[in-house]
Write a protein that binds this ligand. Structure first.
Ligand code: SME
Length: 164
């Protein structure tokens, strides 16, 4: 496979995410395994933007518990309860949560003390069940906005497409 990960740190976000989406679909053509897709997406987003931590927390017990899935970066916590931290909030409320400054988010779970801002998007399957959340952490404040929300939600919509 000749695909490499582009450096998109200095590219306008909408253009960057469109490029990543093309890469993702080219790499995963014909691939139906969810974990393979999660691992590939984590690597692409993490290295293209140079984030601190990028990866998935999968729904282990619906409505109750998330467990870490494929990720890139420093060590992630193994389990997060629904409703706890940013990931647990996004899971419980089935919506994207953007945190410009993690110090100001009550109950933020600091797996990596260098995290300053983050975005967590919910991941749904074709039946609209929540199957995971996709968490991206940055070492800088204010790293994420609605362009990242749109781009990341578009990337994880892959899991809602019927690939069977
Ligand atoms: N920051 C997250 C916890 C997960 S990690 O940082 C990898 C949260 O508060 O949900």
């Amino acid at each position: 496979m000749a695909e490499t990960i582009p450096d998109l740190r200095y590219t306008a976000r909408p253009v960057a995410y469109a490029e990543l989406r093309d890469h993702l679909h080219a790499i995963l053509e014909g691939e139906r395994d969810e974990i393979a897709a999660m691992a590939t997406l984590s690597a692409l987003v993490h290295h293209a933007f140079g984030h601190l931590w990028t990866g998935f927390y999968r729904v282990a017990v619906p409505g109750k518990l998330l467990r870490v899935g494929p990720y890139q970066g420093s060590l992630g916590c193994l389990e997060i309860a629904f409703g706890r931290g940013v990931c647990g909030t996004a899971a419980a409320e089935r919506r994207t949560v953007i945190v410009p400054d993690v110090a100001l988010f009550p109950g933020h779970i600091a797996c990596d003390a260098n995290a300053r801002s983050e975005i967590v998007v919910p991941v749904f399957n074709a039946r609209d069940d929540l199957i995971a959340v996709f968490d991206v952490d940055s070492a800088q404040l204010n790293s994420f906005d609605e362009q990242d929300q749109a781009g990341l939600e578009s990337l994880v919509s892959l899991f809602a497409s019927d690939r069977s």
